[in-house]
Design a protein around this ligand. Structure first.
Ligand SMILES: Nc1ncnc2c1ncn2[C@@H]1O[C@H](COP(=O)(O)OP(=O)(O)O)[C@@H](O)[C@H]1O
Ligand SMILES: [Mg+2]
Length: 293
């Protein structure tokens, strides 16, 4: 069986993807003889290479943009090449924070109040503060900002609209930040995220030592089960398969879903491998499970 690990790309999260790809390829070599790590430059380069590769399975290790939003998944479906993770539809929905939120709400799941902004005139629609402003289709906390008032929000919104085209404004949730890994019908132990300073921004995500990650053991049994159940339902509501990570803020014992990541970071120090380890699954076994049968 030939496995092609695809990483790199041209999104804002390229550097993280390179680390994920390298770690995944190394770990897969413990179980499979024929593993190639391919660093792609862009969409065209990626698809042309995969088509010629004779791979039996593509392990998608791309974060952000066309590697995560369903485009690559749809192309591989057309080519009839099997790949890891969610299909194009679930990938596309998960990448779109506002579409996901609408589905969570329609499924009776808790999500922060939020609106989609496409032009500066939409600022009029915001009737709640403080707010969290973020691009609708990014990751790694890129472009996430907060504002306490309309005055403070205006400039930030204009700048983010220019940069990203489409942004979402949510009520700012103050609570405990949790993340839950789901793999088909298994929910791994919950991790609490505790940045030492400020919120869980790009720097705190990727600078070693800036954030504490704790396997949660101090929630009541009921609250822990609610968090796990909401995470699993959120994953299912978007049609996800394989490994995905659900980001949550727990406020007053209610787990508000922020988003589902269909292409979570997979370096040996990332969150998914951490929660898998707490479940008794090594990094080598985890990537093997992700390959499936
Ligand atoms: N509504 C919110 N209230 C408070 N903090 C938020 C809110 N939305 C996002 N955040 C903070 O921003 C981080 C990134 O947001 P998230 O929605 O997970 O997007 P992504 O991880 O794709 O960039 C979260 O981990 C959290 O720390
Ligand atoms: Mg997130």
């Amino acid at each position: 069986m030939k496995i092609l690990v695809v990483c790199g790309g041209d999104s804002n999260e390229k550097e993280v993807s390179l680390k994920t790809g390298k770690a995944v390829a190394e770990a897969l070599r413990a179980s499979f003889d024929d593993v190639e790590c391919f660093i792609c430059k862009n969409k065209k380069h990626c698809i042309e290479y995969i088509e010629k590769s004779n791979a039996d399975k593509v392990f998608i290790a791309l974060h952000g943009g066309w590697g995560e939003n369903g485009e690559l998944q749809a192309a591989l479906d057309i080519l009839g090449i099997s790949y890891t993770g969610s299909n194009f539809e679930a990938s596309c929905l998960s990448m779109n924070k506002f579409a996901s939120k609408s589905i969570f709400k329609a499924s009776g799941l808790p999500a922060a109040r939020g609106i989609l902004l496409k032009s500066r005139n939409d600022i009029e629609k915001i009737d709640f503060y403080p707010i969290c402003i973020k691009p609708n289709k990014e990751g790694s906390s890129i472009g996430v900002e907060f504002a306490q008032s309309r005055e403070e929000a205006e400039q930030k919104i204009e700048r983010l609209l220019q940069q990203f085209g489409e942004i979402i404004v949510e009520e700012q949730l103050i609570g405990r930040e949790l993340t839950v890994t789901v793999m088909d019908d298994t929910v791994f132990p919950i991790i609490e995220i505790k940045p030492k300073k400020g919120f869980y921004n790009y720097e705190n995500k990727y600078t070693k030592g800036n954030t504490e990650y704790l396997i949660v053991d101090n929630l009541t049994h009921d609250v822990e089960n609610i968090c796990k159940s909401v995470a699993h339902k959120a994953y299912k509501s978007l049609g996800c398969t394989g490994c995905a990570r659900v980001d949550i803020i727990l406020r007053n014992n209610i787990p508000y879903i922020l988003e589902v990541n269909t292409m979570p970071g997979m370096t040996e120090t990332s969150l998914v491998p951490k929660s898998a380890k707490a479940q008794g699954i090594s990094f080598e076994d985890l990537v093997k499970l992700m390959i499936g049968d």
